[in-house]
Design a protein around this ligand. Sequence first.
Ligand code: TRP
Ligand code: SF4
Length: 446
Amino acid sequence: MQIDPWGSTQYQDYGRLRDEFGISAFGPEEWQVFDDPHPLFRRGVVFGHRDFERVADAVRGRDPWAVMTGLMPSGRMHLGHKMVLDQVVAHQQAGADVHVAVADFEAVAARGMSLDRARGLAIDEYVLNYLALGLDPGRAEVYFQTKRHRVQDLAHRFATRVNLSQMQALYGFSGDTSIAHVQAPLIQAADILHVQQDEAGPRPVLVPVGVDQDPHIRLARDIAQSWRRFNLVFDEGEQGHVLTVKGSEDVPRWLDVAEAVLDDLGIGTRTGRARKDAYGRISLGRALGGREVRDLDLALARAETRRGEDGVALLRPASTYHRFMTGLTGDKMSSSRPDTSIFLTDDPDEAKRKLMRSVTGGRATAEEQRRLGADPYVCPVYETYLFHVARDDAHLQEVHDTCRSGERLCGGCKKEAVEHLVPFLREHQEKRAQAVEAVDEIVAHD
Ligand code: TRP
Ligand code: SF4
């Protein structure tokens, strides 16, 4: 199975996807690190992660961490897009600095859009909505891929580390794929990784995405690792961790750097560790715990960065994966098909009309529904409660239970959702009008 970021597949079996791609489950153990865990976490909308532990370390230690997201300026912003922003805003409030890439290169490369139109849509449709949803412009930036030279530079350097077979294996590219399309994932990897090149340096970067973006995450993680000078692996034969220096230049000096870091963290002693300059390796003599591995990796990345020849050493980014909302018509939500979703700029009457017409998990007749109950798991109206409008978890539980028992009928259920959604939209649209002033503050000039 292959995931296609530009395809139209709706992924249904999230558990299977997670297992197949080695994504870890995201549960209470992960989200409890936040004082006020977001409903999207508690309700299981965010179902998986890679390396979230690094983020949790930073949150606990009050160390710097960042959130990176990108927007494809291809149409209007709908409730499905809102969900990611809600997560980003919650992370900003929990201490992360936020970076938003406008994927204008990707819009041109993969969708054939003009740069001008991409720019206009990005501001009107996305940036204004992001601000209205609570993104603080003081600790966030929005930049354009095509304008940020350091992203383009980094993408070019990454291109020297990746070959066509890797890209084909990840994305299924074939002979007639345009080169711009092949470049787009390298630019996205540069988006994600360039964040660590600022003053705050190597640090955990969380990228909240849907599984469709996972190939990009895997690519960015592989590139980050290939960029590092040190490798840290568990060696079966030695029953312990081994640190190796890549390449053949300056090996003794790099081993000195590593030893200084190990001393600093109190991992073994110079006499207890086995250093072999000829093989460019230090055997640590024991297995490290997960936290030790992450602390060592971060400290090594900082030390590599201080040596400086390759620019910044990049930590592998972390990611979370969320479920998608189903369209109101029962198929995929899409900006280009207005009836599939509610847009943040929809007139409240229009939004009401769309929701009232939505498909449901209900039965053919009211009588049957009262007798047999309905199925919230296949119902876009239920998803609207789950992702957005349920006041609290008790409210959601009540919707769920009364739906299944047959006490709740779809007409009334939709009306109740509308009663929550319409005031939200009104208020949001007022905030949007006020957000115009903050656009200049949040949009970066390069
Ligand atoms: N490819 C993403 C999309 O289609 C947009 C994007 C560009 C992105 N750069 C990113 C997402 C960096 C996350 C991180 O929506
Ligand atoms: Fe969906 Fe509500 Fe009908 Fe249940 S009662 S199927 S949640 S619309």
